[in-house]
Design a protein around this ligand. Sequence first.
Ligand code: GLN
Length: 472
Amino acid sequence: MLTLAVAAFSLGTFAQKADAASEPHYVITTDGTYPPFDFANQDNQYVGIDQDILKAIAKAEGFTYTLKPMSFNAATQSVSSDQADGVIAGMSITPERKAVFDFGTPYYRSGIAWAVAKGSKIKSLEDLRGKTVAIKTGTSGADYALSIQKKYGFKVTYFNDSETLYRDVINGNSVATFGDLPVLLYSIKNGTELKVMNAKNPYQAGEYGFAVKKGSNAALLAAFNRGFAKIKADGTYQKIIDKYLNASASEFTGNQNSTWNILKANRAAFLDGLKETIILTVIGIILAGLWGLILGVMGVSQWRLFRWISSTIIYTFRGLPMMVLAFFIYIGLPGVIGAKIPALIAGIVTLVLNEGAYIGAFVRGGFESVDYGQMEAARSLGLSHNKAMRKVIMPQGIKLVIPSFVNQLIITLKDTSILSAIGIVELTQTGTLIVSRNSQGFRVWALVAMVYLIVITVLTWFSNWIGKRTQA
Ligand code: GLN
């Protein structure tokens, strides 16, 4: 398994290097849902003020990049942990962040506003006492809310993306939010039912900047600044700003007021997400199956050491929440090993370790539940312990665990949705991204649920079919 992971990993890094042969190539992260700065349009292309600026600068300066949309928090952490070279995500330049990041030329003025649901009775910050305020993890808006939390006595609840957060306020689970003024205004203009309370005097007026990790990627930062000066001088920058701030959302999202239209308009996005989910599931379950088999075989070994190793691994990886494991591999490890781990590889390794532990446990159980008389009979016929295991016990044990394996396949498919946290745009993340541009939560999530059910049905039929053939 390890060799496979390493092979897949080097393949990933190799692919990245190959692109870089002619022009410098960078990995840039962004916030998956931050209109009008960063969002996916209906062709699943990333657009917005940030994205158009970045594209124009890359063209002017002759570099290429791979864009990684994820939550804002993961986007900035990816850069500070060397997983990505730069981040552009409506990121405010703050003194605290300057200790960790180097910022490019500021490109947009912003400030923090607070907003409540349209029709809400909340009139002033004092009214927030005892109520819940929704904030977005790792943002300057969240920091601001926390800085006044004691004074106004409210509780907070965290969200990773702006759209889910707005929904929470509109649905009344929380009563207010703190966030960037231009972003709130844009969402409201496009139909989000919120009301800004301090549009005239935002707190902590500041600016957005493109960021790299402090002390690294100086060439990228310099290219950004040079390119920015060029697009500012030739009017491109102003054109980009006008394009997003003087347009209506429907120009970017099309007509999405029926489930069928949503499906049609976002076909490309759904297919891409589905593809990613299937890749993760299939590669994940195959490698996890092999790894689980190894763990299971070790678990019934004659040698105590092997049994011990197997049960320790199973115990550890069954005990870890999958999201913790994913963050550990994707955000934690790179700093230690000094190399980037592409999100897809980190995702697959997470699945293999987690699902493999479960598979290992039931495979071991399957071997153990073969009647002991079988072993005695085999031994009395003169087979060695190993041979008796391989020829007599294991084939029977494997047949016993096939139903558990089908079950694990379904669990694996569902677990892939957890990997949206490290920025893999699989089905669940696709749903989040689509909702962020059309605000049709009910219809989009119903569609996503349906796609999962269809895939699970097909996979179950398929595995049962295989199961029947092997049982025969
Ligand atoms: N401007 C805010 C910050 O930098 C929010 C950014 C975002 O949510 N994409 O923290």
